[in-house]
Write a protein that binds this ligand. Structure first.
Ligand SMILES: [Zn+2]
Ligand SMILES: [Zn+2]
Length: 599
C-alpha cells in the first residue's frame, strides 16, 4: 500500500464515512426497529453501531445488508446538509422515533448549530436522515467499491456500564481494484495472524490463570528472541552503549519524583501492602527513573558524555482487557530501552547515530520504514527556546541524510518532541515500533547535572529511545512479517534430516552430530510411520524449517546430502562439510544466500 497524501486521506475518510450512512439506511430498511448510534471512518474503513432489538447479526445478514446498500447506491441519491431549525423539537422527534442515541448526542451538541444529513432521490424525496456534521460526498454514485467485513459487540460510548451494541465493520475504496487489493491483503494477514501461527508453531501462549496480556514464551519463540537479544547486545556494544539491569519494583516515592504517580497512575500496578505501615511499592511501567539514578550515582563531566545506557527492561502497564490480545497488545513486556544523556551540542549527532542503528536493524529484518516527527503541543514543559532548538535538531538530523518524514504539528508529548518509526511489513502494513523521544522534563525533575568545560553545572539533554519497541510486540510483528518462516539465523530449527530408508540411519546420525557440533539447530526424528515425501513436506511447509537434508545410499556412499530449501525446493547435492560451511555463513551474515549459486 502506498502512503497517501493528507488531502486524499480526507477524501477517503469522507467517502468511507458517507458509506457508513448508506449502511445505516440499509440496516434501518431491513430492520425498522434498529436504533442508530454512530458511524465514523476509521483507519482502513468505517463502522456503524446499531441497537437492533431481537436480532444478532450474522454473515448472512451482512450479505443482505450489502445487497440493500447496492440498491440504495444505484438510486443516485444526493447528500444534503440541513441545519436543524428547532433543536428541542428535533430531540423530541428522535425520542418519539425511539432514536435514543441520536437524541442523547443532539442534546450534547445543541449549541453547536447541529445538522442533519438527508439522502434524497432525484425527485427530492427524503429517504433517510441522520444526525451528522459531515462532510459527505455529494451523490451515492461516488461509492464504487465497498465491503462489509465483520460484526462485533461494542458498548455505547465504549463504556461497559452502557448497553452492548452491534458494530458492523466495513470498508470502502475509490476503485474496485483498490478494494480487491485490500481484501487480498486481509486474507494474507489472516493466514499470517501471529495468534494462529503461535499455536501451530508452538511459539507462545496466554492463559486466563495468569491474566490477559501476560505472555508465556515457549522454547521455539524464546530461541528466536535469544538470537535477537544476542544481536541486540552485540550492536549496542559496537555503538558505544553501556548495558545495565534494574529492578522490577520501586517505592512509590520514586514514581512521585518522576511524575508517573500523577500522570500515569491508571496504567500502574501497585504491589499489595500487607500492613498499613508498609511502604507502597509499584511495579515499574518504565525504566527511565532507574537509568536516571544510575546517571546520578556519579558526578558527571562533559567528558563523560554522551552516556548511552541500555537495558532489556521488563515493564508492566495496566490496560483495559478488551484492548488485549496475542503479542501485540500486552500488559507485561520487555522494552529494548535506552536513555541517552548528552550535551546540547551532541544532540544532532546522537539522533543520527540512533537513526543509523534503526535503519541497520530494519535492513536485517527486510523491513522499510516511514518516519513522523511530532512537534510541540499546546501545553508543554521546558522553555520555548529549547523546544525550538530540539525540533530544529531533529529536523536537521533527518534532513542531512535526505530522509523523508511527515510532521505531526502539536502531536509531541508535553515533555518533548519525538520521531516515530513505522515499520513496513511484507504485506505492506505499517507498525509503530522505534521511537526517539526528547525529554525536557525528567532532567529537570531529577535535577540532573554535568560539569561543562567552563566549570559550570549544566543540565544534560535526555533522549528515550527504543529500536524494536517491545520484544513481545516486535516478535508478533516478525511472526506475521515472515509468515512464521523465520530466516535461518532465527529459525528455532534450522535443518531437518530425512533418510530414504533405514539403511542410511547410521550415516544420518553422523550427519546429525556434525551439524550439532557446528552449533546448528538440527532435527532428526525417528518416525517410521510417515513416508519420506510426507516428512519433507511437513518440515518445509508446516514446521517451516529452512533446510531439509535427504540421504539415500548414493549420498551415504559419497558423504553428501541432497538439499531442499524452504520456499525454493531442491537445490542440489553437497558434501556435508560444505553445507555446514554455507549455512554457518548464512547464519553469521543473518542473510539468505542462494546455496545453489556456489555449488
Ligand atoms: Zn455523516
Ligand atoms: Zn524512558
Amino acid at each position: 500500500m502506498e502512503k497517501i497524501s493528507k488531502e486524499n486521506l480526507e477524501k477517503l475518510h469522507t467517502l468511507r464515512h458517507s458509506t457508513s450512512h448508506i449502511m445505516a439506511q440499509a440496516v434501518q430498511e431491513l430492520y425498522p426497529q434498529a436504533k442508530l448510534a454512530i458511524g465514523p471512518a476509521i483507519e482502513n474503513g468505517f463502522y456503524y453501531d446499531f441497537d437492533i432489538e431481537g436480532v444478532s447479526l450474522n454473515e448472512e445478514n451482512l450479505k443482505e445488508i450489502e445487497q440493500k446498500m447496492k440498491k440504495i447506491i444505484a438510486q443516485n441519491l444526493t447528500f444534503e446538509k440541513y441545519t436543524i431549525p428547532d433543536v428541542e423539537a428535533q430531540i423530541a422527534e428522535f425520542k418519539a422515533q425511539g432514536e435514543i442515541y441520536k437524541a442523547e448526542l443532539l442534546e450534547e451538541h445543541k449549541n453547536d448549530n447541529p445538522t442533519l444529513y438527508l439522502t434524497k432521490d432525484k425527485d427530492g424525496n427524503i429517504l433517510f436522515n441522520d444526525l451528522c456534521s459531515g462532510p459527505h460526498i455529494e451523490n451515492t454514485k461516488e461509492i464504487k467499491a465497498f465491503k462489509l467485513l465483520s460484526v462485533a459487540g461494542a458498548y455505547w460510548r465504549g463504556n461497559e456500564k452502557n448497553k452492548m451494541l452491534q458494530r458492523i465493520y466495513a470498508t470502502a475504496f475509490p476503485t474496485k481494484e483498490e478494494l480487491q487489493d485490500y481484501l487480498t491483503m486481509l486474507e494474507e494477514a489472516k493466514k499470517r495472524d501471529h495468534r494462529k501461527l503461535g499455536k501451530e508453531l508452538d511459539l507462545f501462549s496466554v492463559h486466563d490463570e495468569i491474566g490477559s496480556g501476560l505472555v508465556l514464551w515457549h522454547p521455539n519463540l524464546a530461541l528466536v528472541r535469544e538470537n535477537i537479544e544476542n544481536y541486540w547486545r552485540e550492536e549496542h556494544r559496537k555503538r558505544g552503549y553501556v548495558i545495565v539491569n534494574t529492578p522490577h519494583i520501586a517505592k512509590s516515592k520514586l514514581w512521585e519524583l518522576s511524575g508517573h504517580i500523577d500522570h500515569y497512575r491508571e496504567n500502574m500496578f501497585f504491589v499489595q501492602k500487607e500492613n498499613e505501615q508498609d511502604e507502597q511499592f509499584i511495579i515499574k511501567p518504565m525504566n527511565c527513573p532507574f537509568h536516571i539514578l544510575i546517571y546520578q550515582a556519579q558526578r558527571r563531566s562533559y567528558r563523560d558524555l554522551p552516556i548511552r545506557m541500555a537495558e532489556l527492561g521488563t515493564v508492566y502497564r495496566r490496560e483495559k482487557s478488551g484492548a488485549l490480545g496475542g503479542l501485540t497488545r500486552v500488559q507485561g513486556f520487555t522494552q529494548d530501552d535506552s536513555h541517552i544523556f548528552c550535551t546540547p551540542e551532541q544532540l544532532v549527532n546522537e539522533i543520527n547515530e540512533i537513526i543509523d542503528f534503526i535503519s541497520d536493524a530494519m535492513e536485517i529484518f527486510n523491513m522499510s520504514f516511514e518516519v513522523e516527527l511530532s512537534t510541540r503541543p499546546e501545553s508543554y514543559v521546558g522553555s520555548l527556546e529549547n523546544w525550538e532548538k530540539a525540533e530544529a535538531g531533529l529536523k536537521e538530523a533527518m534532513d542531512k541524510r535526505g530522509m523523508k518524514y511527515d510532521i505531526n504539528e502539536g502531536d509531541g508529548a508535553f515533555y518533548g518532541p519525538k520521531i516515530d518509526f513505522k515499520f513496513k511489513d511484507a504485506i505492506g502494513r505499517t507498525w509503530q515500533c522505534a521511537t526517539i523521544q526528547l525529554d525536557f522534563n525528567l532532567p529537570e525533575r531529577f535535577d540532573l547535572k554535568y560539569q561543562d568545560k567552563d566549570g559550570a553545572l549544566k543540565t544534560p539533554v535526555m533522549l528515550h529511545r527504543v529500536v524494536f519497541g517491545s520484544m513481545e510486540r516486535f516478535h508478533g510483528i516478525l511472526i506475521e512479517h515472515f509468515a512464521g518462516a523465520f530466516p535461518t539465523w532465527l529459525a528455532p530449527k534450522q535443518v531437518a534430516l530425512v533418510t530414504i530408508s533405514d539403511a542410511q540411519n547410521d550415516y544420518m546420525e553422523s550427519v546429525f552430530n556434525k551439524l550439532k557440533n557446528a552449533g546448528i539447530r538440527v532435527l532428526f526424528e525417528d518416525d517410521k510411520q510417515e513416508s519420506m515425501n510426507h516428512k519433507i513436506r511437513n518440515y518445509l511447509r508446516n514446521v517451516k524449517v529452512p533446510y531439509v537434508l535427504v540421504a539415500g545410499d548414493r549420498e551415504k556412499a559419497q558423504g553428501t546430502v541432497a538439499i531442499r530449501k524452504r520456499g525454493v525446493g531442491q537445490i542440489g547435492e553437497m558434501l556435508v562439510e560444505d553445507f555446514i560451511e554455507k549455512i554457518k555463513q548464512e547464519i553469521e551474515t543473518k542473510g539468505s544466500f542462494e546455496i545453489s549459486e556456489n555449488s
